[in-house]
Ligand binder design. Structure first.
Ligand code: ATP
Length: 458
């Protein structure tokens, strides 16, 4: 097999737990020798994907092949992969040597060969001379190295790493990141790494796979993903961003934050609603002058080691700005963004859309509940309808009992003058909400929708 040839093909894979979907049409090609990171927030399906590759779980639909042969139904121990888990899962009653040698002894490998292999893998993880130590006398970082040594001693073609550094402190994590990268180079095998830490993903990977809600959002190099995120989710998840609602007026012309800007994007059509993404380091800040596209007042200034991070309020919109110079809180400043630094993204949706059923002419059922709506003509009880609800029309309550239905805030996007929330309803459907109220990830909420917020479409 040549370098750059694919080693793993994941083809339209679905995974359901009962009727809950954890992976939704996931396709991915992994090349031999590549360092691929699967990145996404908690619950997005990263671990499930890794477990399907390892064979600890079976796919509901789709197929996975390694070296061109379908392994969808091959048991884990027959796959050329080994997994390193977040919890090191070492045997506490065995010393370092016996932990690493465990699998080889099961395979009845000759003693001398086992010794040679264990020593070589200990050397690889920088733990030479530790073979006779009890594992519980080792630090977290050392235990994780032993766990890696135990995986690579089997000489797998693919090493699967499930948040292997998550239990380590920041300093140790940084050290181990560098070591993992060196190890990957010298072993020359494929690493598939799962993390929710975007910085870790940017540091380590050849390729990053960004996931959200069981779906792949983007696959690319760290530079591609950072510079050209495909949607506002990726932009927000990878690094800090200013994200605003905008209207693409025409090719290369976009309106947001109350004014029109030149940009370089084309092909969105006229008057198309879009998300506008601007990285904080791409906003120029200076004393007010004619060059300013916007003026604003500095709300806060934070020193971040190399640069300053400032929040600037301009016409009701908050801009996050990074610069080597600081501007005092309260001072008036000018802001400028170059056309090339204004990233335009197609909006995934412009309102909530649900399937519903008319109960009578002013009552409609959707999301498992009955809602009053404005009196509808031309419909009758039992008619199937589509219900649209604008994001700003959904009302959230502190007390779950105050809502028609209950939900949990699971994703928050700040859009300069309001928050765009994804709320997971107890009917197992997402509801998208625009609000100026401050909510936290994981907040339990009651949800109501007033009659005038419900658009019934026959
Ligand atoms: P985390 O970083 O928190 O581990 P993740 O991105 O790895 O999250 P998964 O562990 O793959 O996410 O889970 C994806 C979804 O599938 C979640 O909603 C989770 O609750 C669900 N899930 C995972 N394993 C099971 C299971 N064995 N039974 C039922 N649901 C499961």
């Amino acid at each position: 097999m040549q370098e750059n040839e694919s080693i793993i093909e994941i083809n339209s894979v679905y995974k359901y737990f009962d009727d809950k979907i954890a992976l939704d049409d996931v396709s991915l090609t992994i090349k031999k020798g590549e360092f691929v990171t699967i990145l996404g927030p908690s619950g997005c399906g990263k671990t499930t994907l890794l477990r399907l590759i390892a064979g600890f779980q079976t796919v509901s639909k789709g197929e996975i092949s390694i070296f061109g042969s379908d392994i969808t139904h091959i048991p884990p121990y027959k796959r050329p992969v080994n997994t390193v888990f977040q919890k090191y899962a070492l045997f506490p009653h065995l010393n370092v040597f016996d932990n690493i040698a465990f699998g080889l002894k099961l395979k009845k490998m000759p003693k001398a060969q086992i010794e040679k292999k264990v020593k070589a893998s200990l050397k690889m993880v920088g733990m030479t001379d530790y073979e006779y130590r009890d594992v519980d006398t080792l630090s977290g970082g050392q235990q994780q190295r032993v766990a890696i040594a135990r995986a690579i001693v089997n000489e797998p073609e693919v090493l699967l790493l499930d948040e292997p550094l998550a239990a380590l402190d920041l300093k140790m994590r940084k050290e181990m990141q560098l070591e993992l990268k060196t190890m990957h180079k010298s072993l020359g095998i494929t690493f598939i790494y799962v993390t929710h830490d975007q910085e870790e993903a940017l540091t380590l990977s050849d390729t990053i796979v960004v996931m959200s809600e069981g779906r792949i959002q983007q696959i690319g190099t760290p530079i591609d993903i950072y510079n050209e995120p495909t949607n506002s989710f990726v932009a927000n998840f990878i690094g800090e961003s200013n994200i605003f609602n905008g209207i693409m007026l025409d090719d290369r012309s976009v309106s947001f934050c109350g004014r029109t800007f030149d940009c370089v994007d084309e092909g969105f059509g006229q008057m198309a609603p879009v998300d506008v993404v601007i990285r904080p380091e791409d906003v120029y800040i200076f004393p007010v002058s004619e060059a300013a596209q916007l003026t604003g007042i500095v709300q806060s200034t934070l020193f971040k080691g190399v640069h300053y991070e400032m929040a600037v309020l301009s016409g009701g919109y908050e801009f996050l700005v990074q610069d080597y110079h600081s501007f005092e809180v309260g001072s008036e400043v000018g802001l400028l963004v170059k056309p090339v630094d204004i990233h335009i993204m197609k909006k995934e949706r412009t309102c909530n859309t649900f399937e519903g059923k008319m109960i009578d002419t002013s009552k409609v059922e959707f999301l498992g509940c009955q809602f009053d709506c404005l009196p509808q003509s031309g419909v009758q009880a039992g008619d199937k309808v589509t219900v649209e609800v604008d994001f700003g029309k959904v009302i959230l309550h502190d007390n779950a009992v105050d809502g028609t239905l209950v939900g949990e805030v699971k994703y928050i996007l700040y859009k300069g003058d309001h928050y765009h929330l994804t709320v997971w309803s107890d009917w197992d459907e997402d509801i998208f909400v625009d609000t100026t109220d401050v909510w936290d990830d994981g907040d339990s909420v009651g949800i109501t929708i007033p009659p005038d917020g419900i658009r019934v479409i026959k």
